[in-house]
Design a binder for this molecule. Sequence first.
Ligand code: SF4
Length: 233
Amino acid sequence: MREVQIGGLVSFTTIDYPGKLAAVLFLVGCPLRCAYCSNPHLLSPNDGEYDPNRVFDWLKSRVGKLEAVVFSGGEALMQGDVAIEYMRRVKELGFNIGLHTNGFYPETLARAADVVDWIGLDFKATREKYPDLTKQHIAYDNMIRSLDTWIETGKDFEVRVTCDPRFITKDDLLEIAEILRKRGVKNLAIQKYIPHFESDDNKTDAAMRNQFFEDAEFKAKIGSGFTSVIWRE
Ligand code: SF4
C-alpha cells in the first residue's frame, strides 16, 4: 500500500484547532479546483515532499509540547484509509486529531469518525454556485452529506465560509446560515477572502471583500442562533 503523502507541515499553530496548540500536516491531492485556492501546489496527488516516517518521529518529539495534530490539504481524505491509518498512529501518541475538510468524501469521513476529534468543514457557497466555484458538480451534495454524517457523531466541529465576493453575496450567506441553524450547527466561522491568483478580467477590490465584515446589522442577523461566530479578517 502506498504511504501517506505529505506535502507540507506547520510545526506550531494556535489557530487551527480550537483551544489547542497544534501542528498541521498538509496532505496532497484534492478533487476540487476552487477559484480562490491558496494551495495549488497541493492539488495533484503527486508524491509528498515529506517522509511520513520522519514526520512521525518528529511528532513523537512533540509529545507533551503540542496537544493536537490537524490534517489539512489539499483534501486529506482523498488519500482514504492510508490517511486514516496515519491519523490513528498519530492519535496513539496522545494527540487530538483535527481535520480541515471540504466534505467531498462523506463515506471516508464516516470511517474516520472514530479517530478524528474535531473537524473544520468548508461550506463554500450556495448549491447553485458550488460548481462554478469548485469546478465539481457533486461537491455541494457531498459536503451536505458530510455535514450530516458529522452531526450524527455528536463530535465538535466548525463550519467555515470563505467570502469570495465573486461567488457569494450577503443574501447567500444569510441562506447558508439558515441551512446551518436548521441543522443545529453551533460554531460558524466567516472568513475574509484573500486574493492570491485573480485574473485581470475578474478582480475584486477591498470594498467588495470587506462588505461582509463592516455591516453590524448583517453580522447580528448571521450570528443569531449560533453559540459562536468567528469573523476571521
Ligand atoms: S478544497 Fe481547498 S485545497 Fe481543494 S481546491 Fe478548494 S481551496 Fe484548494
